[in-house]
Design a protein around this ligand. Structure first.
Ligand SMILES: *[C@@H]1O[C@H](CO)[C@@H](O)[C@H](O)[C@H]1NC(C)=O
Ligand SMILES: *[C@@H]1O[C@H](CO)[C@@H](O)[C@H](O)[C@H]1NC(C)=O
Ligand SMILES: *[C@@H]1O[C@H](CO)[C@@H](O)[C@H](O)[C@H]1NC(C)=O
Ligand SMILES: *[C@@H]1O[C@H](CO)[C@@H](O)[C@H](O)[C@H]1NC(C)=O
Ligand SMILES: *[C@@H]1O[C@H](CO)[C@@H](O)[C@H](O)[C@H]1NC(C)=O
Length: 496
């Protein structure tokens, strides 16, 4: 069903911005913003508000009679129900894309009585990217005027309004919230556009000031040749960066050096950028499989497994189910996801104190854990070394599973026995170490589940033998709930 045109469109943004197209226009970022003018009332911009009265994308829907002497009731608009406005982004195809109908249908399924309105600004979005950016303000004004008009019609409440904007549409939503008389209930920004918005002031982009609650999903913030399609900076009350916000699983872009074929990159870009929409749709239709995100200062700390806390509202559901967090501002949150719907995974923090009695050099053990639970067993999960392994210290790792393992019972720690590289063998030879000196000791693994917040401690099976070298494994059994360090075994008794 997917036409190749939107793909080409994204490719256009990708290639032309990347190639410095913005500069080629001879306008700086500031100029672009200051030149945004409001279209006069006389020349009404071509923005249409289509109330979706059926899930059928072919269905016409009902155009809200804004500025006409036609009663709103003719449209079956429910004044007291929730109202969603879906705002698309920049387009080169000039047609509404598939994701929009999926989102409409998901909203209609989840909120049966709600009004779902598509804000169609295609003529203003089907422009050079820089012109479309210029138009976001104008379209924001139109949406704000629609909101004001609805409020004049009766019991309509702005608090029931939820603006959902994708890409440039997120900034349109920001302007709309800013210009409307009163405060809009919620704005969700789905991978808000980055070019010409990164780093600008709060009144020129989506910001937490634009609604009572602004939540943002950032899915494609990888900088490539100087630009990021999605905005990197946090612009909401909560800003969620799935998989670090740069590369999404299943989109195939993180290894794009190897797949430089034109179509592959174009589709990859679309896949990464649009992933924000699909995560939101997932949150609507798979309510029983909510994904949780965890507050963290940066992506690396999250990858190290440091941030899996839910204390003081540090975790939240993502997408539609997100809890309002109005006291926070630009709170960055992270999570891992699957490559497709349902996106939910189960996060675990692993705290492992790694002793080293023999090795003194930098060791990068290829550690894997296999988790055995009451429901299922995991695969061998790599313990990713984000910076370096600290010896005689507690190291924290993040692992995640696609399946719900249930209660954890035991853990196997494996040190992958791949042959040493020529380089490491050589440097070891030079520094006088032999492979046999690559021996580490682990007595306990402390595990915290992000999803249940449960903490467990696993003790090595044989306390007399807690050493591990390349190609070996150690087994750990659940020895207590929680992480309380009791002195049930004196530390000296377990020294090798
Ligand atoms: C309008 O929405 C309200 C609130 O959701 C609901 O109670 C009411 O039944 C709806 N009216 C109609 C006619 O659907
Ligand atoms: C921005 O939009 C206004 C009003 O539509 C127009 O007058 C102006 O020329 C536009 N500027 C650019 C750079 O497109
Ligand atoms: C770790 O501690 C042990 C015992 O205190 C010591 O022998 C060893 O040298 C230490 N290892 C490193 C890498 O500091
Ligand atoms: C310790 O455990 C490893 C791996 O299970 C095993 O290969 C080794 O023989 C054991 N050593 C002792 C002293 O039990
Ligand atoms: C832990 O050890 C200390 C000193 O060895 C002892 O006083 C204390 O009672 C022990 N605690 C427990 C819970 O066994």
């Amino acid at each position: 069903m997917r036409t190749p045109i939107p793909v080409l469109g994204l490719w256009g943004v990708y290639c032309c911005l990347a190639a410095g197209g913005l500069r080629a226009q001879g306008r700086s970022l500031d100029e672009a913003h200051s030149s945004r003018e409001v279209i006069s009332a006389a020349s009404m911009p071509p923005v249409k508000f289509n109330l979706r009265t059926s899930k059928d994308p072919e269905h016409e829907g009902c155009y809200l009679p804004f500025g006409h002497n036609q009663p709103l009731e003719d449209c079956d608009f429910n004044m007291t129900a929730k109202t969603f406005f879906i705002i698309h982004g920049w387009t080169m195809s000039g047609i509404l894309e598939n994701w929009l109908y999926k989102l409409v249908s998901a909203l209609q399924t989840r909120e049966k009585e709600a009004n779902v309105v598509v804000v169609n600004w295609l003529p203003l979005a089907h422009q050079l990217y820089t012109h479309a950016v210029n138009n976001t303000r104008v379209v924001g004004h139109s949406v704000a005027r629609m909101l004001d008009w609805l409020q004049e019609q009766g019991e309509f409440s702005l608090g029931n309004v939820h603006l959902i904007g994708y890409s440039l549409g997120a900034h349109v939503a920001g302007y709309a919230g800013n210009f409307a008389k009163g405060t809009v209930g919620r704005i969700t920004g789905l991978d808000p556009a980055g070019p010409l918005f990164e780093g600008v002031g709060v009144d020129q982009r989506l910001s937490p000031d634009d609604a009572d609650f602004v939540d943002v999903l950032h899915t494609y913030t990888a900088r490539s040749l100087g630009v990021s399609i999605g905005i990197q900076m946090p612009v909401g009350h909560i800003d969620i960066y799935p998989n670090g916000g740069d590369f999404q699983p299943g989109c195939g872009l993180n290894d794009f050096i190897g797949s430089i074929a034109f179509g592959t990159i174009a589709e990859g870009v679309k896949c990464e950028h649009e992933r924000a929409v699909h995560l939101f749709v997932d949150s609507l239709v798979n309510q029983d499989k909510p994904s949780f995100a965890f507050q963290c200062t940066d992506s690396n700390r999250f990858k190290k497994g440091i941030c899996l806390s839910c204390r003081k509202n540090r975790c939240n559901s993502i997408g539609y189910n997100a809890k309002k967090m109005r006291h926070k501002r630009n709170s960055k949150m992270y999570l891992k996801t699957r490559a497709g719907m349902p996106f939910r995974v189960y996060h675990y923090q692993m705290k492992i104190h790694i002793f080293s009695y023999k090795s003194k050099d930098n060791i990068e053990p290829a550690f894997y854990v296999t988790l055995y639970g009451t429901n299922a067993d995991s695969q061998m999960l790599p313990l990713e070394i984000v910076e370096r392994i600290e010896l005689n210290a507690t190291n924290t790792f993040l692992v995640y599973t696609e399946e719900d393992l249930g209660d954890l019972l035991k853990i196997r720690l494996t040190w992958e026995g791949t042959a040493e590289s020529w380089y490491t063998t050589w440097t070891k030879f030079l520094s006088g170490y032999s492979t046999s000196e690559q021996e580490l000791n682990v007595r306990r693994i402390r595990v915290k589940s992000g999803e249940t917040q449960r903490k467990l401690t696993f003790c090595v099976e044989d306390f007399e033998n807690n050493s591990i070298t390349r190609g070996q494994e150690l087994w750990f059994h659940k020895c207590r709930d929680g992480w309380r360090v009791k002195n049930e075994t004196s530390p000296t008794a377990v020294l090798p």
